[in-house]
Ligand binder design. Structure first.
Ligand code: ZN
Length: 245
Protein backbone atom coordinates (compact mmCIF):
# COMPACT_ATOMS: atom_id res chain seq x y z
CA UNK A 1 0.00 0.00 0.00
CA UNK A 2 1.43 3.34 -1.09
CA UNK A 3 1.81 6.10 1.51
CA UNK A 4 3.17 9.62 1.80
CA UNK A 5 4.24 11.35 5.04
CA UNK A 6 4.27 15.16 5.17
CA UNK A 7 6.62 17.36 7.23
CA UNK A 8 3.81 17.87 9.80
CA UNK A 9 3.48 14.08 10.30
CA UNK A 10 0.27 13.63 8.38
CA UNK A 11 0.25 10.24 6.68
CA UNK A 12 -1.68 9.72 3.47
CA UNK A 13 -2.41 6.03 2.90
CA UNK A 14 -3.72 4.86 -0.45
CA UNK A 15 -6.49 2.52 0.75
CA UNK A 16 -7.89 1.72 -2.71
CA UNK A 17 -6.22 1.62 -6.09
CA UNK A 18 -7.06 0.26 -9.51
CA UNK A 19 -10.39 1.40 -10.98
CA UNK A 20 -10.88 4.16 -8.38
CA UNK A 21 -8.50 5.42 -5.71
CA UNK A 22 -9.37 6.27 -2.09
CA UNK A 23 -7.06 7.79 0.53
CA UNK A 24 -6.93 7.92 4.31
CA UNK A 25 -5.23 10.96 5.85
CA UNK A 26 -4.10 10.11 9.39
CA UNK A 27 -2.46 12.06 12.18
CA UNK A 28 -2.21 10.17 15.48
CA UNK A 29 -5.65 8.68 16.18
CA UNK A 30 -7.50 11.08 13.83
CA UNK A 31 -8.50 9.90 10.38
CA UNK A 32 -10.14 11.55 7.38
CA UNK A 33 -11.09 9.54 4.30
CA UNK A 34 -10.98 11.06 0.81
CA UNK A 35 -13.36 9.28 -1.63
CA UNK A 36 -14.94 5.87 -1.11
CA UNK A 37 -14.57 3.80 -4.29
CA UNK A 38 -17.11 1.36 -5.71
CA UNK A 39 -19.24 -1.18 -3.82
CA UNK A 40 -17.16 -3.96 -5.42
CA UNK A 41 -14.22 -2.66 -3.31
CA UNK A 42 -16.16 -2.62 -0.03
CA UNK A 43 -14.45 -5.63 1.53
CA UNK A 44 -10.94 -4.50 0.62
CA UNK A 45 -11.67 -1.00 1.88
CA UNK A 46 -12.99 -2.30 5.22
CA UNK A 47 -9.95 -4.50 5.78
CA UNK A 48 -7.65 -1.50 5.35
CA UNK A 49 -9.75 0.92 7.39
CA UNK A 50 -10.23 -1.55 10.26
CA UNK A 51 -6.45 -1.84 10.63
CA UNK A 52 -5.53 1.82 10.08
CA UNK A 53 -8.29 3.43 12.17
CA UNK A 54 -7.92 0.82 14.97
CA UNK A 55 -11.45 1.36 16.25
CA UNK A 56 -11.22 5.18 16.28
CA UNK A 57 -13.55 5.57 13.32
CA UNK A 58 -13.41 8.46 10.86
CA UNK A 59 -13.62 12.17 11.67
CA UNK A 60 -14.77 13.03 8.17
CA UNK A 61 -15.35 11.62 4.68
CA UNK A 62 -14.47 14.13 1.95
CA UNK A 63 -15.99 13.46 -1.48
CA UNK A 64 -13.89 15.00 -4.27
CA UNK A 65 -17.12 14.90 -6.30
CA UNK A 66 -20.26 12.77 -6.53
CA UNK A 67 -19.69 10.56 -9.59
CA UNK A 68 -20.72 7.00 -8.68
CA UNK A 69 -17.16 5.61 -8.76
CA UNK A 70 -16.15 7.95 -5.91
CA UNK A 71 -19.22 7.80 -3.67
CA UNK A 72 -20.80 4.34 -3.88
CA UNK A 73 -19.62 3.37 -0.37
CA UNK A 74 -20.28 6.75 1.29
CA UNK A 75 -23.59 5.85 2.98
CA UNK A 76 -22.33 2.49 4.31
CA UNK A 77 -19.02 3.99 5.49
CA UNK A 78 -20.83 6.68 7.43
CA UNK A 79 -22.90 3.99 9.18
CA UNK A 80 -19.87 1.91 10.10
CA UNK A 81 -17.10 4.48 10.76
CA UNK A 82 -19.18 7.64 11.30
CA UNK A 83 -17.53 10.91 10.28
CA UNK A 84 -19.01 14.01 8.69
CA UNK A 85 -19.73 13.77 4.97
CA UNK A 86 -18.15 16.77 3.20
CA UNK A 87 -19.18 17.73 -0.33
CA UNK A 88 -19.16 20.88 -2.46
CA UNK A 89 -22.49 22.71 -2.23
CA UNK A 90 -23.43 22.38 -5.92
CA UNK A 91 -23.37 18.54 -5.71
CA UNK A 92 -25.13 18.13 -2.35
CA UNK A 93 -28.48 17.54 -3.99
CA UNK A 94 -27.10 14.78 -6.28
CA UNK A 95 -25.72 13.00 -3.22
CA UNK A 96 -29.07 13.27 -1.43
CA UNK A 97 -30.86 11.61 -4.35
CA UNK A 98 -28.07 9.12 -5.19
CA UNK A 99 -27.79 10.13 -8.80
CA UNK A 100 -25.25 12.45 -10.45
CA UNK A 101 -25.47 13.43 -14.14
CA UNK A 102 -22.68 12.14 -16.38
CA UNK A 103 -20.04 14.68 -17.39
CA UNK A 104 -19.23 15.54 -21.01
CA UNK A 105 -16.57 13.59 -22.91
CA UNK A 106 -13.40 15.54 -23.66
CA UNK A 107 -12.18 13.44 -26.59
CA UNK A 108 -13.77 11.57 -29.49
CA UNK A 109 -14.17 8.21 -27.72
CA UNK A 110 -15.58 9.57 -24.46
CA UNK A 111 -17.88 11.97 -26.33
CA UNK A 112 -19.20 8.92 -28.18
CA UNK A 113 -19.76 7.02 -24.91
CA UNK A 114 -21.70 9.89 -23.32
CA UNK A 115 -23.84 10.38 -26.45
CA UNK A 116 -24.62 6.64 -26.60
CA UNK A 117 -25.69 6.62 -22.96
CA UNK A 118 -27.94 9.62 -23.58
CA UNK A 119 -29.53 7.83 -26.56
CA UNK A 120 -30.28 4.67 -24.60
CA UNK A 121 -31.95 6.52 -21.73
CA UNK A 122 -35.44 5.93 -23.15
CA UNK A 123 -35.52 2.15 -23.44
CA UNK A 124 -35.94 -0.50 -20.71
CA UNK A 125 -33.39 -0.52 -17.91
CA UNK A 126 -31.48 2.56 -18.95
CA UNK A 127 -27.70 2.60 -18.82
CA UNK A 128 -28.07 5.62 -16.58
CA UNK A 129 -29.52 3.47 -13.77
CA UNK A 130 -26.15 1.72 -13.54
CA UNK A 131 -24.74 4.99 -12.28
CA UNK A 132 -27.20 5.40 -9.42
CA UNK A 133 -25.85 4.83 -5.93
CA UNK A 134 -27.04 4.68 -2.34
CA UNK A 135 -27.89 8.25 -1.32
CA UNK A 136 -26.60 9.93 1.83
CA UNK A 137 -27.15 13.36 3.35
CA UNK A 138 -24.05 15.58 3.50
CA UNK A 139 -23.11 17.13 6.85
CA UNK A 140 -20.91 19.93 5.52
CA UNK A 141 -21.37 21.76 2.21
CA UNK A 142 -18.23 23.56 1.07
CA UNK A 143 -18.30 26.74 -1.01
CA UNK A 144 -14.71 27.78 -1.89
CA UNK A 145 -12.50 26.47 0.93
CA UNK A 146 -12.85 24.49 4.13
CA UNK A 147 -10.24 23.88 6.81
CA UNK A 148 -9.87 20.31 8.13
CA UNK A 149 -7.72 21.19 11.17
CA UNK A 150 -10.69 20.71 13.53
CA UNK A 151 -10.70 17.05 12.45
CA UNK A 152 -7.14 16.59 13.73
CA UNK A 153 -5.19 16.74 10.45
CA UNK A 154 -3.27 19.56 8.73
CA UNK A 155 -5.24 19.92 5.53
CA UNK A 156 -7.78 22.05 3.74
CA UNK A 157 -10.30 21.55 0.99
CA UNK A 158 -10.43 23.82 -2.08
CA UNK A 159 -13.06 24.07 -4.81
CA UNK A 160 -11.48 22.95 -8.11
CA UNK A 161 -14.40 22.83 -10.57
CA UNK A 162 -14.28 21.67 -14.19
CA UNK A 163 -14.35 17.86 -14.22
CA UNK A 164 -17.64 18.40 -12.38
CA UNK A 165 -18.98 21.73 -11.15
CA UNK A 166 -18.57 20.68 -7.53
CA UNK A 167 -15.11 19.06 -7.70
CA UNK A 168 -12.97 19.47 -4.58
CA UNK A 169 -9.27 18.89 -3.89
CA UNK A 170 -7.68 18.25 -0.50
CA UNK A 171 -4.34 19.97 0.13
CA UNK A 172 -2.37 18.23 2.90
CA UNK A 173 0.21 20.32 4.80
CA UNK A 174 0.57 22.53 1.70
CA UNK A 175 2.79 19.72 0.42
CA UNK A 176 0.62 17.34 -1.59
CA UNK A 177 -2.87 17.47 -3.06
CA UNK A 178 -5.53 14.79 -3.49
CA UNK A 179 -7.24 16.07 -6.61
CA UNK A 180 -10.02 13.61 -7.52
CA UNK A 181 -10.63 13.70 -11.28
CA UNK A 182 -9.39 17.29 -11.77
CA UNK A 183 -6.10 15.68 -12.86
CA UNK A 184 -5.94 12.26 -14.52
CA UNK A 185 -3.23 9.70 -13.73
CA UNK A 186 -3.91 6.79 -16.06
CA UNK A 187 -2.20 7.38 -19.43
CA UNK A 188 1.54 8.11 -19.49
CA UNK A 189 2.24 11.75 -18.69
CA UNK A 190 -1.23 12.78 -19.84
CA UNK A 191 -3.13 14.67 -17.11
CA UNK A 192 -6.33 15.69 -18.94
CA UNK A 193 -9.32 13.63 -17.72
CA UNK A 194 -11.42 11.88 -20.38
CA UNK A 195 -14.62 13.44 -19.01
CA UNK A 196 -15.26 17.02 -17.91
CA UNK A 197 -18.30 19.26 -17.54
CA UNK A 198 -16.25 22.38 -18.30
CA UNK A 199 -12.66 21.81 -19.54
CA UNK A 200 -11.88 25.57 -19.58
CA UNK A 201 -12.81 25.97 -15.94
CA UNK A 202 -10.83 22.83 -15.13
CA UNK A 203 -7.64 24.39 -16.57
CA UNK A 204 -8.19 27.37 -14.23
CA UNK A 205 -8.48 24.87 -11.37
CA UNK A 206 -5.04 23.47 -12.32
CA UNK A 207 -3.73 27.00 -11.85
CA UNK A 208 -5.41 27.10 -8.43
CA UNK A 209 -3.67 23.83 -7.52
CA UNK A 210 -0.32 25.10 -8.81
CA UNK A 211 -0.70 28.16 -6.56
CA UNK A 212 -0.61 25.87 -3.49
CA UNK A 213 2.77 24.62 -2.30
CA UNK A 214 1.93 21.08 -3.44
CA UNK A 215 4.78 19.13 -5.03
CA UNK A 216 2.68 16.06 -5.83
CA UNK A 217 -0.84 15.82 -7.23
CA UNK A 218 -2.58 12.53 -6.54
CA UNK A 219 -5.56 11.74 -8.81
CA UNK A 220 -8.70 9.68 -8.24
CA UNK A 221 -7.58 7.29 -11.01
CA UNK A 222 -4.05 6.08 -11.73
CA UNK A 223 -0.78 7.31 -10.23
CA UNK A 224 0.53 10.62 -8.89
CA UNK A 225 1.69 13.54 -11.03
CA UNK A 226 4.58 15.88 -10.31
CA UNK A 227 4.32 19.67 -10.14
CA UNK A 228 6.35 19.81 -13.36
CA UNK A 229 3.90 17.53 -15.21
CA UNK A 230 0.90 19.59 -14.12
CA UNK A 231 2.69 22.89 -14.85
CA UNK A 232 3.56 21.67 -18.38
CA UNK A 233 -0.01 20.59 -19.05
CA UNK A 234 -1.31 23.91 -17.74
CA UNK A 235 1.09 25.90 -19.95
CA UNK A 236 0.17 23.89 -23.06
CA UNK A 237 -3.60 24.20 -22.57
CA UNK A 238 -3.35 27.85 -21.58
CA UNK A 239 -1.44 28.60 -24.80
CA UNK A 240 -3.94 26.60 -26.88
CA UNK A 241 -6.72 28.70 -25.42
CA UNK A 242 -4.83 31.92 -26.16
CA UNK A 243 -4.22 30.75 -29.73
CA UNK A 244 -7.88 29.99 -30.39
CA UNK A 245 -9.18 33.14 -28.66
ZN1 ZN B 1 -15.55 11.80 -11.97
Amino acid sequence: MKKWITHGKNTVHQVLNGRSNAFLISRGSKHVLVDTGRTSSWKKLNQKLDILTAGNGLEAIVLTHTHFDHVENAAALKEKYHGKIIVQRSEAEYLMRGNTPLPQGTNFLTKFIVTSVEMFKGGGRSLESRYKYRSVDPDIEVDETFCLNDFGIDAHVIHTPGHSYGSLSVVVDDELALVGDTVFGVFGGYVFPPFADDPGVMIESWDKLLKTGSKIFIPGHGGDRSRKELQNAYDIHKNLKKGSG
